[in-house]
Design a protein around this ligand. Structure first.
Ligand code: FES
Length: 235
């Protein structure tokens, strides 16, 4: 008889990988840019074969793909977690506009640049959100933010205007800046710290996989400055 599937969960192992359980599908996707270099979306996710529970490298040194291969033991990876554990709403700076309200937690920026278009950045678009077209762009650019740094609210109800995501994990690539990207966790999968604390469950978060973020387990975009690439170690 088939065993019932446990609930999706990501556990941060102390100075080690992420342990993913609950049958969470794993994909790869690439950040897409237009002819002018603006980030406009993501490529169709490609499924990565996994077997139930799996471990994803977060030290940045695994030599063969996204999975932990034990290198973190040899390199004595320091995976200390320094993230601000307060709820998003408590940390967020508020940017009210006539057609929507933007909430922003700057330290969570994963550097994917979906917040900037030729028409303006998300903050400018929110300021001009009495224009229906610009309001739509403000909402779309915030929703494309994989880190959930940017969240837009319906001013009438105060409800977050969130994209629908199935519980899943996406390994991002960012060729425009010549770097691999973070681990994009979608669809409200709980992330449990190595001390047992469970972070606020959110629809979109990005986790560090280069090993150098200052807000582990979350991404702070440092992989771009490092030009970090999956499977190549850090030299
Ligand atoms: S966390 Fe184990 S090899 Fe990176």
């Amino acid at each position: 008889m088939a065993q019932p599937q446990s609930q999706p969960l990501i556990r941060i192992l102390e100075d080690g990988p992420l342990l993913v359980s609950g049958g969470v599908p794993l994909y790869r996707s690439t950040i897409l840019t237009d002819a002018d270099g603006f980030s406009v979306g993501y490529s169709e996710p490609v499924l990565v074969p996994t077997h139930g529970t799996y471990t994803l490298c977060r030290c940045g040194e695994a030599l063969d793909g996204p999975f932990c291969d034990g290198t973190h033991v040899e390199t004595r990876f320091d995976g200390a977690e320094q993230a601000d554990c307060r709820p998003f709403d408590e940390q967020a700076q508020r940017f009210p506009g006539p057609g929507t309200m933007l909430l922003d937690v700057l330290p969570l920026c994963a550097g994917t640049r979906h917040c900037t278009l030729a028409e303006g950045d998300t903050w400018e678009l929110v300021e001009k959100s009495d224009d229906p077209h610009l309001r739509e762009l403000a909402i779309r650019t915030a929703q494309l933010c994989p880190a959930g740094r940017l969240v837009v609210l319906d001013p009438a109800t105060g409800a977050a205007l969130e994209p629908e995501h199935e519980p899943s994990i996406v390994l991002l690539e960012d060729p425009e800046v010549k770097s691999s990207g973070p681990i994009w966790v979608r669809g409200g999968i709980p992330v449990q710290s190595s001390d047992g604390t469970v972070h606020e469950v959110r629809n979109r978060v990005t986790l560090c996989r280069c090993g150098e973020s200052h807000i582990k387990p979350f991404c702070d975009s440092v992989h771009i400055r490092l030009g970090w690439h999956e499977g190549k170690g850090k030299g």
